[in-house]
Design a protein around this ligand. Sequence first.
Ligand SMILES: [Zn+2]
Length: 500
Amino acid sequence: MKMLLSLGLLFAALSLGRCIPLQQAPNRSKLLLVSFDGFRWNYDQDVDTPNLDRMAADGVKAKYMTPPFITLTSPCHFTLLTGRYLENHGVIHNMWFDTKTGWRLPYYTTQGISSWWDNGSLPIWITAQRQASEFMECLHPQGLKTGSIHFPGTKAKYRGEEVYMKLVEPALFNYSNETNWRQSIDTVMEWFTVENLDFITLYFGEPDSAGHKFGPESTQRKNMIKQVDRTVGYLRQRIRESGLESNLNLIITSDHGMETVIKSNEIHIGTINNFTFKDLDFELLDYGPNGLMVPKEGKLEHVYSVLKNAHPKLHVYKKEEFPKRFHYANHSRITPLLLYSDPGYVIHGRYKVQFNKGEHGFDNEAMNMKTIFRAVGPAFKKGLVVEPFESVNVYALLCELLGITPEPHDGSLEVTKPMLLGPTDNDSNDSDDSNADTYRLQRPETGTSSTVLSCPGSPRAPGISTRTHGKMGKAVAHKDIQSQGCLKEPDRIPKTSLNY
Ligand SMILES: [Zn+2]
């Protein structure tokens, strides 16, 4: 009977033409992308980080990673999710704004404005849900199953579609609570093992908050890195306990770095000679080192000339003259005048309302804006340190790991490919990385053995289900996914402008 059933299933699969028998299916791994907001590239160099060190020895570490410009949270995370520079994905600021009405919305509210996010570039969650490689269509007729916890962009809908399972930050949320962090990790493990998700993004609001409030060189920031490191240890422990170690690729990265704010010789637009806000229809200032302005009709040349050389640390450009290397200004949302300041200097507008000790948003070539990239798992070589690369390249790597076809993007898989084990790399310890500009880390003795267990993956009942997540917020599982054989679908406190 069992054999008949197996034959029947095999025949059914083959009769649909495009499905490969399951026993030929390659072993697809799951993928977890973790972001610790504002983790500067060298934050692990003045603090003991045994768990991050162990992860580097077990996997791959980039010397550092270069974020896109401007180095703000939502824009940089959307680059990770789309592989596009800001001028191409359109999420050009943490704040939604309308130059006609003058309205602007803070970071947290902007998370829920789908039109701000859904303006031409599809984040990888949606692409993964829409497609799967041919053999996977047998298992996931409508694509892969994705989830996201607090990751910027999670809340929005894209062409009417959204992440399958999500936890969205509540309006009042403590970004720094280690117990909350562990709950999030436990939820991720449940989603991988019980819900059988393929790809999850997980976001933590630290060490960004500590860096802003106390400064990147502070004891508080160093203590927060210890907390991050404990969390990495907990995450890897839970991966082992869940039987996922041999089946899960883990990437830990971030959006940008952090710079100490200079409090002398400050840039204060409101005090510049011959400048008046009456010459503007719209301005977005008081947001770290970045500014956007729409001068009144006929006033552009005047405002430009007044501001251009007003302060040695302030750079003022007309949109079309903005340096091309930033890949920032060529978008309809960018205003006719753009301002940015040198590392350490923030731009004050009408009044001085910025008091953070640490800030980001600066030139992405400034070393203190560089961030981290670490990866470990069955797809990655071990003990490998790779040369720096731009975060715009992460998207192609994610697509490769998930076996999906990328949307048009600005990166290249060639940049990260040397991290991956090739088909001839049977033993990751003997992997050949001679084609990469890399060197090996000394590997400490590993004290843990990997347990190979398959993910239970309970069949999901069709229909809408809603999950709760303690006090952290609400999880919404949606989409009524039903088996369709192999037919493919047609192809803390709200973060204000000052603390994000
Ligand atoms: Zn950030």
